[in-house]
Structures are given as C-alpha cells and as structure tokens.
Write a protein that binds this ligand. Structure first.
Ligand code: PHE
Length: 442
C-alpha cells in the first residue's frame, strides 16, 4: 500500500512548522534568552539554528523519506540493528517531553480562563507574579488543566481530526503571527521598553558561559523539534517531488522568526513593567497580561492570545504524542485507541510530579533540579543534542549517498551547500555537540 502523503508542499511545511512552532518559541525562548543575558544568547542560538539546525532538519526529513517509515523503522532499515536504539531513544524523549509539555499546555488553558474572568488583566507586576506563582504551585488546579490538555491532545490524535487541525493552523498560524506583531507594536511604546529591546539585541559576550552555549543548543533542538524523530516521521510522508531543502529552510526560518518575535514581545514588557528578567518559566505568562492591561480591548486580546498559544502548543503536542503512539502500534502491534490512551495516561502520571515540583514538592531535587527542570534539562540539553549527533553520524558516514540523493543530489547538478551539509554531518555536529555535552555535563 502506498504510504499516505501530504496534500502539497505547503501542507507539509505547515504541518512541520506546526510541530516546531509552539511553547518552545513563545514560552521557553523568551525566558531562556532573558536568563542568559539576551543579545549574545540570541546570536549563538541563531548560529546553531542555521548550521546544525537546518542540517539536522534536512537529514531527518531525508532519512524519513528514504526509509518510508517513522524514526524507529527508519533507523532500523537504514542503519541496521545497532541503530534502532537511536529511534527508541527518540520515542523516550517524546514521552518525557510530552509529560511536562502538557503541564505547560495546561497553563495556557488556565490563562484563557483567567483572561475571561479578568483575573490577569492588570498592570501590577507584583499581582501578576503572585497569580502565576500561586497557580502553578497549587497542588490541584494545574493538574486539572494538565489532564485537560492531555485529553485534548489525545482527542486530536484519535479523532482523526489531524487534517482538520492542519487546515485550522493554516489560519491560526498567520493569526498568531499578526497577533504577535500587534503586541510588539504596543509593547514598544511603553516607557522603558527600549531597554528591553537593547537587552535582547545588543550582545554582551562577557555574559557567555558554558551554560549559555548549551542552553542555546538545547533550545535550538527543542524549538525545531529535532533530535527525537518527529521530523523523520513527517519526512516519510513527503512526496518525491517536494524539495526537502526548500521545505526545511522554510520551517527553520518560520520557527526562528517566531522565536525572535516572542523575544521582542516579552522582553520590552519585562523592562517596562520592572519584572525580573531572570524570572524563569513564568515570564511569558506574567508579562503579557501587563501589556494587555495597557491596551484598548486588552481583555479580548488576552483571550485570543492565550487561545492562539494553546493551539500552537496543541499542534506540537500532537506530533509528540504521534511519535509515541505510532511506536506502540508499529512495534507492539497495539491498536491505535489503546496505544494512545495508555501512553497518554502514563505521560499524565509523569507530569504530576513535574507539576508538583513547582510547588509542594519543590524540596525534592536531584542534581539541584526538581522533576520539571530535570525533565526539561535532560531532554533539551542532553538527549536531543545526542540524538542529533547520532543522526549526523549515520547520515554523514553511513548512508550519505541516500541522504545526498534525497536532498536533490540525484539530479546531478552541483549544489553549492552540499559540501557544507556533509561536513556538518561528518565532523562539525559530532565534534561541536560532543564538546558542549561533555563540557557541561561532566
Ligand atoms: N518544537 C516544539 C515546541 O517548541 C516541541 C517539540 C519538540 C515538539 C520535539 C515535537 C518534538 O513547542
């Protein structure tokens, strides 16, 4: 049976961008950039994205199309028995990410409601900080929303409404884009906002440490959905005559664009309202309401913003859930419904301590990190870069002719960037990521 395919190149790009653009760009990027001193972090992040990021994006999509199967099958088919572990690792990473991703997804739902009730429409930084703080540290509330977000994700994966979601995101993604532009425009006119712009855009290299570098690397993988097989699966549905390099460039540029817009949206507000740039995971949630409070019709903007954020998170969550679910179906011959339900339940359960670690269980730590931070750190800053390196080695050293052909090399024309792609796969990615991982974790 022929493998089903994306309707068009645009459909493919939008689906892949739907996986990539999500909480990584809008929730995580602003606070991690802000914690790491702003401008220098942004430059390093962009550096990674347009070298390793684009190369690994192409390699994953090429691997998927060459193998005509998702990650585990692709590694098995193209790499042989010893490589199948890389695929398994990707499934594990998807599982781990989804467990805390759904917690944050739940926050977006809660904030839709808090915007409707008006609880978060305020320009008082202290009030907004304490609303967020007491919400996430509550032992019950965030778990309810976590369950709700998980159920929504399963609903989409099982309801066969993926197509519907894809069609929906054709409208919602541009809407999100426009919304961010409006918010940036409003934010920039707030007194003090330009300090935030300067913080975000002026690199101060004296602030760069090993942590800055690994955070930038980890965030690049996380926000591009790389290093765990999601893009391998998406690549397997790409038709022969769609150009992978062009599509990959689109996905990477769109996602990076949203990251930068998110920075421009959040950081000026941080400075204008006197929030702490190092505030951490609450940053987007506590600063944006302050901007809404200063807008005509701010409450409506708030509701729409959090709905768009939730949908962006949902399209990413669907790709995480899909990796795990299709693994259970392909490898254990489970049926789709029990596969998705059982995995979602397990992810929900793991998300519970993650959520509690931001409140009552904050005392329980390992290597100085609670469960939430531990899940986030291990997946983004260790396992995804590791998955990326292994993929690079496979692509560059073992199956280069196939990858080369998938990327358009089979047409016999000279492609200027191809030697760079090969060099990144064979040498740059393994050496660079290897050094960063060892330096930061040993
Ligand atoms: N890229 C998604 C985001 O930034 C998260 C994600 C990671 C999704 C890995 C799929 C796979 O929100």
């Amino acid at each position: 049976m022929a493998r089903s395919q994306w309707g068009s190149r645009l459909g493919f790009i939008l689906a892949a961008a739907g996986s990539a653009v999500g909480l990584g760009a809008i929730w995580k990027f602003p606070y991690v950039a802000s914690q790491n001193g702003g401008g220098a972090f942004l430059l390093i992040f962009i550096g990674f994205v347009f070298t390793l990021g684009i190369a690994m994006m192409m390699a994953e999509m090429a691997l998927g199309r060459a193998a005509q199967s998702g990650a585990v099958g692709a590694y098995r088919k193209m790499g042989g028995k010893n490589w199948v572990w890389v695929g398994y690792m990707g499934v594990l990473v998807g599982f781990l990410i989804m467990s805390f991703y759904s917690v944050v997804g739940g926050w977006t739902i809660a904030y839709i409601i808090k915007s409707v009730t008006g609880e978060v429409i305020s320009a008082d930084a202290k009030h907004l900080g304490s609303v967020f703080g007491s919400f996430v540290s509550d032992p019950v509330q965030p778990l309810v929303y976590h369950a709700l977000f998980m159920a929504l994700t399963v609903g989409v994966v099982l309801g066969g409404v993926q197509k519907g979601i894809e069609n929906l995101s054709k409208f919602l993604m541009p809407a999100l884009f426009v919304m961010m532009l409006v918010l940036i425009a409003r934010g920039l006119f707030l007194p003090g906002a330009l300090d935030g712009v300067a913080y975000f855009l002026n690199p101060d290299f004296s602030k760069v440490t090993g942590k800055t570098v690994i955070d930038a690397l980890g965030l690049a993988f996380f926000s591009l959905s790389l290093g765990m097989g999601a893009m391998v699966a998406y690549g397997s549905y790409v038709s022969k005559d769609t150009s992978i390099p062009g599509s990959a460039l689109w996905v990477v540029s769109l996602t990076t664009g949203v990251c930068i817009l998110a920075g421009l949206m959040v950081l000026p507000a941080v400075f204008a309202f006197g929030f702490d740039p190092a505030a951490g995971p609450g940053l987007t949630f506590i600063t944006m309401p302050a901007v809404f409070a200063k807008m005509v019709g701010g409450q409506l903007f708030a509701v729409v913003f959090f709905i768009l954020l939730m949908v962006a998170a949902l399209t990413s969550a669907v790709s995480l859930m899909e990796v795990v679910t299709s693994f259970m179906i392909d490898e254990f011959h489970m049926k789709r419904v029990p596969a998705a339900l059982s995995m979602a339940s397990l992810m929900f359960v793991l998300g519970v301590p993650a959520s509690l670690s931001l409140g009552e269980w904050s005392g329980y730590t390992l290597f100085g990190k609670g469960v939430f931070d531990l899940l986030d750190y291990t997946t983004s800053n260790i396992l995804m870069p590791l998955g990326g390196v292994l993929l690079a080695i496979l692509a560059g050293w073992k199956i280069w002719p196939e990858i080369h052909a998938q990327l358009g090399g089979d047409r016999g024309e000279r492609i200027v960037w191809m030697p760079a792609m090969k060099a990144i796969s064979c040498f740059v990615a393994p050496a660079l990521v290897g050094v960063i991982l060892v330096y930061n974790n040993l």
